[in-house]
Design a protein around this ligand. Structure first.
Ligand SMILES: CC(C)(COP(=O)(O)OP(=O)(O)OC[C@H]1O[C@@H](n2cnc3c(N)ncnc32)[C@H](O)[C@@H]1OP(=O)(O)O)[C@@H](O)C(=O)NCCC(=O)NCCS
Length: 217
């Protein structure tokens, strides 16, 4: 059973990207490999079960340490995509990455999933979320813009995907700075006093180093 789920409506939800997802995510990745290879550095090589097991285990370790919230997107329980974020606790910042099965593109599911994760991040004290993508990846840019992210900078030829060096666009969103953040903070304090809170993002087991550079989503 997944430790984390979040309903997105119309039979869609997010669940923790735990080891039980490996075979389904391998099949989904292989079915979408050509469209993923256009924009995802991690999709360039051969996709193997061993590689995905290692990647999923590393995601779980990062989640336990409070440095990641890795999720799968599901439609009526069937895997259809991935939305993952890396978290730097010292910077109170996170970076979102996402992809979805081609048959479910254009239905607003990724935007809904990202909104849910951004809500979780705000509750956990994150203050800044970034989305980085290739300048030519119009669909990905529209996700960021639809979510209210602002375009902060473009780095020339800074995003190599296969044999192409794309310009990298960086989008950012400030979160959790208003009244809702103060309410969330009060709820956190209250819950920790009662010592009964089960954190959705586990607290870091040890001091977290700075944000890592990891390409896979
Ligand atoms: C990038 C990617 C995840 C975007 O997926 P998406 O389905 O277009 O994103 P959303 O879930 O936000 O859906 C938005 C689309 O659904 C439509 N939509 C339908 N119902 C909607 C709703 N209820 N709410 C919001 N949008 C809705 C929107 O109009 C929009 O269509 P448009 O962009 O053609 O105008 C997807 O194209 C993908 O997997 N690409 C390959 C991998 C990739 O590029 N990953 C990103 C690397 S950084």
């Amino acid at each position: 059973m997944a430790f984390f789920t979040h309903e997105l409506g119309e039979g869609f939800d997010l669940a923790l990207r735990d080891p039980a997802t490996v075979d389904g995510m391998l099949a989904l990745t292989q079915a979408n490999i050509e469209r993923l290879r256009a924009w995802e550095p991690w999709a360039q090589g051969e996709q193997t079960r061993a590689g995905l097991v290692a990647y999923t285990n590393s995601l779980m370790a990062e989640w336990v340490a409070g440095r990641s919230l890795p999720t799968v997107v599901r439609s009526d329980g069937k895997l259809i995509g991935s939305i993952t974020c890396r978290i730097s606790r010292p910077a109170r910042a996170a970076e979102l990455g996402y992809w979805i099965d081609g048959r479910f593109e254009g239905r607003g599911v990724v935007a809904r999933g990202c909104r849910a994760i951004i809500g979780e991040l705000a509750e956990e004290g994150v203050r800044r979320v970034e989305i980085r993508t290739a300048a030519g990846n119009e669909r990905s840019r529209r996700v960021a813009e639809r979510l209210g992210f602002r375009h902060e900078e473009t780095r020339r030829r800074a995003f190599p995907v296969g044999s192409v060096r794309h310009d990298l666009v960086v989008y950012a969103l400030d979160i959790g700075t208003g009244a809702s953040a103060r309410q969330a903070s009060a709820r956190r304090a209250d819950a920790s006093q009662r010592s009964e809170r089960q954190p959705r993002l586990p607290a870091p087991a040890r001091p977290a180093p700075g944000q890592r550079s990891e390409e896979r989503q």
